[in-house]
Design a protein around this ligand. Structure first.
Ligand code: HDE
Length: 703
């Protein structure tokens, strides 16, 4: 519960400041300093002049007009007017954190990049995890891909991995990106939907873009409904190259795997979380980091040669394809730990500028045409977003190793270069920056031949085999979620020809999936399947593509909510709390009032959340500990009834005492293996570590 301390400390600070509200008499500034306590630095203008009154504008008479000469007012308002910068065109909403990378296995055989060769060295980094479609103020939990960006401040320069929580992408060529994003974002005439793909434009584009079908399978899966940003995987997506001291190159794909395991929410749950806490993921990350529960990921690579790549049944330069782990196993070579929340959101999380083109000697690009387009786009977008070619000087973007060149001037230049030499080569200065042939960045000497043309490679023509591989690799529960997500999304599409075209594509992925979706949409006949550009291949299913199969047997990092009311049994509450904390999870007490609750033994307990504003969707499992009287009272409260019904509907474990059972009965919640007697804490913790998948058929109709 350390996180509560840190949050209440922040609240106390706020209260001190707020208590000064309304004290707007001239001459109050000195008193404000005293009320707040401690030594405050004087408030000044941006030019350094001390300000005597920050509460009142300068007026001609006490009730007269405000004077133009009030430079203090004008400076403050002008700065405020310019506080916002353009939000990112995609990935506008994100959560950032500082941390470090530690190498555990050297790749010296494959690369000269010291971050990948020096075991035990801790390289500082900044991570930003984001949604894609919504604006900066949108909610944290829409169905959406999550961005997974890491800036490693290596001693040889900054290296950025700008990836996603899904290993494949919608399109094969960067020239389609603006179309994809236009189709996906809110429609330009209506201005909605915000942060949602369930609309005609998106599915219209997809229906005409069969290469997107593999990624469509991923976004319709629960991968796009993560339980926590600490429980997502990260993928560099494209193939990159590692270059060793002999100049030899090896292909590489980068992976991050969460220590807490992969976990997602359920569609109905995620929609309700959006209402209950629009900042659910950001708050979760903040709470974890500020309470010392540092999020951690394994860093792994898939290494393969050109010869191996030539034998793959797909083209690894096509970003709509993944390399199954069964084909090229993952090698865990290090770990990433996030251990520091940014001290200022704007300065760091908003101004951080990732560029896939930021690599260091020993790491190089592949010919993936999507990657090639990105190598241009990010630098360009940062210029428009941050407004100056000097954005690399902003602290969060600046390398932590020495950097020097002859680039000069420009908006917001913070450096003051000295001397007359601003060019290279030169004989006029001994210490001006020079190129370093032996250690500097070198591109891998790849032979290229062929015709210059606008032609998609033949080897990119297979659009369905890996979509089929993904679908067939899922558990039956996950397959049902994919089918239901497709039905939901397409049910929002007004043009029937678009839905028919999508179901046509699904027929190539898996006939039974197409049938489920067609039935879910009420189609009387199955639409025709389009002709394929390449035959659909059967591939060996891959368990690594599941979520359920990858969930860890742990409650660590999760939160259990305990619903109580006046008269609840204190011993039962304490025993449940202890069991949860011993399992590495957090506890939140929920009660009709946040003030003190009087327990059966007369002792008082303060709740963490008020029932109406703290629904069970915010927890991984719940316990309900009530007196008979308390149960009777809560059975008349729809928030309490929803609390248990939703917990049941979202397949969570519910631990109950006698009173808890009474509430379940009045909410018409049935008993099953996930409803445990709270006195059996072992059974409750075991049930809380997973979701009750077999319950699902009894609580909702899936496609
Ligand atoms: Fe991005 N992408 N992208 N993207 N992308 C941006 O850069 C772009 C793509 C990704 O937390 C923009 O700073 C093009 C794939 C992340 O700040 C922009 C193409 C992947 C982030 C841009 C792609 C990504 C971005 C917008 C097709 C996964 C957020 C603002 C060739 C591997 C980074 C910005 C952050 C952001 C362009 C495709 C991931 C416009 C042209 C594939 C995680 O430059």
């Amino acid at each position: 519960m350390k996180n509560d301390k840190s949050r209440s400390a922040r609240r106390e600070n706020l209260e001190v400041t707020n208590s000064n509200k309304g004290q707007s008499q001239p001459g109050n500034a000195g008193e404000l300093h005293q009320v707040a306590g401690g030594e405050h630095v004087p408030l000044t203008t941006n030019q350094g002049a001390k300000i005597s009154d920050n509460q009142n504008s300068l007026t001609s008479t006490t009730r007269g007009p405000v004077l133009l000469e009030d430079f203090i007012l004008r400076e403050k308002i002008t700065h405020f007017d310019h506080e916002r910068i353009p939000e990112r065109i995609v990935h506008a909403r994100g959560t950032g954190a500082h941390g470090f990378f530690e190498l555990t296995e050297s790749l010296a055989k494959y690369t000269t990049a010291t971050i990948l060769t020096e075991i035990g060295i801790k390289t500082p980094l900044f991570t930003r995890l984001s949604t894609v479609a919504g604006g900066a103020g949108s909610v944290d939990t829409p169905r959406d891909v999550r961005g997974f960006s890491v800036k490693f401040y290596t001693k040889e320069g900054n290296w950025d991995i700008v990836g996603n929580n899904i290993p494949v992408f919608f399109i094969q060529d960067a020239i389609k990106f603006p179309d994809l994003i236009h189709a996906l974002k809110m429609e330009p005439d209506s201005g909605f939907p915000q942060s949602a793909t369930a609309h005609d434009n998106f599915w219209d584009f997809i229906s005409l873009t069969p290469e997107s079908m593999h990624t469509v399978m991923w976004i319709m899966s629960d991968r796009t409904l993560p339980r926590s940003l600490r429980m997502i995987e990260g993928f560099g997506v494209h193939s990159f190259r590692l270059i060793n001291a002999a100049g030899e190159s090896t292909f590489v794909k980068f992976h991050f795997r969460p220590k807490l395991g992969l976990q997602s929410t359920i569609w109905d749950e995620t929609m309700k979380i959006a209402g209950a806490d629009p900042d659910f993921h950001r708050r979760d990350m903040f709470d974890a980091i500020t309470s010392g529960q540092f999020p951690e990921w394994e860093f792994a690579v898939q290494l393969f040669t050109q010869e191996q790549a030539d034998g793959f049944p797909f083209d690894h330069l096509d970003a709509t394809k993944l390399i199954p782990e069964e084909l090229v196993p993952l090698r865990v070579i290090g770990r990433m730990v996030l251990d520091r929340w940014p001290s200022n959101f704007f300065a760091e999380t908003e101004q951080v500028a990732f560029c896939p083109s930021n690599v260091v000697p020993g790491i190089d690009f592949s010919n993936d045409p999507l990657l090639q387009g990105r190598l241009f786009s990010y630098l360009d977008t940062q210029l428009s977003r941050l407004g100056s070619p000097n954005f690399h000087q902003i602290p969060v973007n600046a390398p932590k190793c020495p950097f020097a060149n002859h680039q000069r001037d420009g908006h917001m230049q913070m450096q003051q270069p000295e001397g007359r030499v601003n060019y290279e080569p030169s004989t006029l200065s001994k210490d001006s920056p020079r190129e370093t042939p032996s250690q500097g960045f070198r591109s891998s000497p790849v032979k290229e031949s062929g015709e210059k043309a606008r032609i998609r490679a033949e080897s990119f023509a297979d659009h369905y085999s890996q979509a089929r591989l993904f679908y067939l690799s899922q558990t039956r529960h996950e397959q049902a979620h994919i089918a239901s997500a497709l039905v939901f999304e397409l049910s929002k599409v007004a043009h029937s020809h678009i839905c028919e075209a999508i179901v046509g594509h699904l027929r190539h992925i898996e006939a039974s999936l197409a049938k489920r979706v067609a039935e879910g949409l009420g189609m009387e006949t199955l639409p025709n399947a389009p002709t394929t550009a390449a035959p659909v291949k059967e591939m060996k299913t891959s368990l690594a593509l599941q979520i359920i199969g990858k969930m860890k047997d742990t409650l660590e990092g999760r939160t259990v909510g305990i619903l109580i009311a006046d008269g609840s049994d204190g011993d039962a509450i304490n025993a449940a709390k202890k069991a949860v904390v011993d399992a590495g999870a957090n506890v939140k007490i929920v009660a009709p009032k946040v003030g003190a609750i009087k327990l059966s033994d007369g002792s008082m307990l303060k709740a963490d959340g008020q029932l109406a504003g703290t629904p069970s969707v915010l927890f991984d499992a719940v316990a309900v500990i009530l007196s008979d009287e308390g149960a009777k009272m809560l059975s008349k409260d729809s928030a309490a009834v929803d609390f248990v019904r939703d917990a049941f509907g979202h397949l969570k474990a519910i631990g109950v005492d006698r009173g808890g059972h009474l509430l379940l009965d009045s909410a018409l919640v049935k008993n099953d293996a996930g409803v445990c007697d709270i006195s059996d804490t072992v059974a409750f913790i075991a049930a809380a570590k997973t979701r009750q998948w077999d319950r699902e058929a009894s609580v909702r109709t899936l496609a």
